[in-house]
Design a protein around this ligand. Structure first.
Ligand SMILES: Cc1ncc(COP(=O)(O)O)c(C=O)c1O
Length: 365
């Protein structure tokens, strides 16, 4: 009987000796919670992204929540975002007391469409306090235009870079265009700390407010809790893993981009839409996402060949039950939810795996 082909998972965190050694060092130190390892990781990640300050958090969701609070956003404020993202992007807006409003996406980049952003802000008579731009799948949103729009309407710009560590716009890494940027280090992301996240900002006052918020509103020194806050702190164990992962991130990005290029070549003649990378942006392929109207049947074919795939996202955020009552016009996002399919592109996918994926799609079509 022929043996089953090995599975090609949709995600596969790469953890090795370096991470083990750094975690062992933390265990030896006895400082498991906040401490110097977290400070070091904050500094190293911020420097890598070209941003002045980093505040580590317990995950990407708490990074977003912290950024909103640190920027003074909350009850009575409107934050515009995309309905085509992980639900965390919008949930955190509500969790800080603000109102999410949704603008449609661009069909090629899957990110906020600047024209739709302007129309949506105008529909609220210009009364939108912030824009949360998600760099979906690892492709930067059009942050330069979004910055201009935000400035025009006197709104803040926040980057949800949970999927885009190291992605670039005109040679600059994401994280520095917004008033703050938020990252996730969940295990399926392009680098991990287990659970973890980070807020980046060039503003000292925002960084200080974020550092207080993740630590029960506690002032930098002493035992005074000067405002309300949470425990949203990252552990030193997570930070230790993150420091090792950050050293490997450039190689991870190179491997993802090489795999994406091979997939692009292999799928070029098939009736699927492959990812779009505008000339001014560097995609880091957190997901390699194609579009096809034959999605369900294709997934069956991939399943039968032990090839993982994923739908990010099958439902627009405003169509989730928790968003009943949010009136949103986002036909481009809604169509995308019916057609997108992500294929394995992570660094442990090798050339034989790519051949298997391409063969499966070629046979299918
Ligand atoms: C776009 C986006 N925003 C926010 C998050 C939230 O990150 P976390 O899962 O670490 O809370 C994620 C991660 O899943 C994400 O993909």
């Amino acid at each position: 009987m022929p043996s089953e082909p090995p599975s090609i998972p949709i995600a596969n965190p790469d953890l090795g000796r370096e991470e083990q050694q750094r975690v062992a060092d933390v265990l030896d130190s006895g400082m498991l919670a906040d401490g110097p390892t977290v400070r070091a990781f904050e500094g190293e990640f911020a420097e890598y992204c070209g941003v002045d300050h980093g505040v580590a958090t317990s995950n990407g969701t708490t990074a977003l929540h912290t950024a909103f609070e640190a920027l003074g956003l909350g009850t009575g404020d409107r934050i515009l975002t995309t309905p085509f993202s992980f639900i965390s992007s919008a949930n955190t807006i509500r969790l800080c007391g603000a109102e999410p409003v949704f603008a449609d996406i661009d069909p090629e980049t899957y990110n906020l469409d600047p024209e739709a952003v302007i129309d949506t802000i105008e529909a609220y008579d210009g009364d939108v306090d912030a824009i949360l731009a998600v760099h979906l799948y690892g492709l930067p949103a059009d942050v330069e235009r979004l910055r201009t729009i935000a400035d025009t309407y006197d709104a803040l710009l926040i980057e949800d870079a949970a999927q885009a560590h190291g992605a670039m716009v005109n040679g600059d890494r994401v994280g520095g265009v917004g008033d703050a940027a938020c990252f996730s280090f969940y295990p399926t992301k392009n680098m991990t700390t287990g659970e973890g996240g980070m807020v980046l900002t060039d503003e000292q006052a925002v960084a200080d407010a974020a550092a207080r918020f993740v630590n029960h509103g506690r002032a930098e020194s002493g035992y005074a809790h000067v405002e309300l806050g949470h425990n949203f702190r990252l552990t030193s164990i997570g930070a230790a893993i993150g420091r090792a992962q950050l050293e490997k991130l450039p190689d991870y990005i190179e491997a993802r981009r090489a795999n994406a290029a091979r997939l692009n070549d292999g799928l070029a003649d098939l009736p699927v839409t492959t990812p779009y990378e505008p000339d001014d942006r560097t995609h880091v392929y957190h997901q390699y996402t194609i579009r096809t109207t034959a999605r369900d049947a294709l997934i069956e074919q991939l399943d039968a060949r032990n090839i993982g795939s994923g739908i990010y996202y099958p439902t627009a955020i405003h169509d989730q039950p928790a968003y009943d009552g949010y009136a949103v016009e986002a036909p481009v996002a809604e169509t995308a939810t019916e057609e997108v399919l992500s294929l394995p592109v992570h660094p442990s996918v090798n050339e034989d795996d790519i051949d298997r994926i391409v063969d499966a799609l070629t046979e299918f079509f």
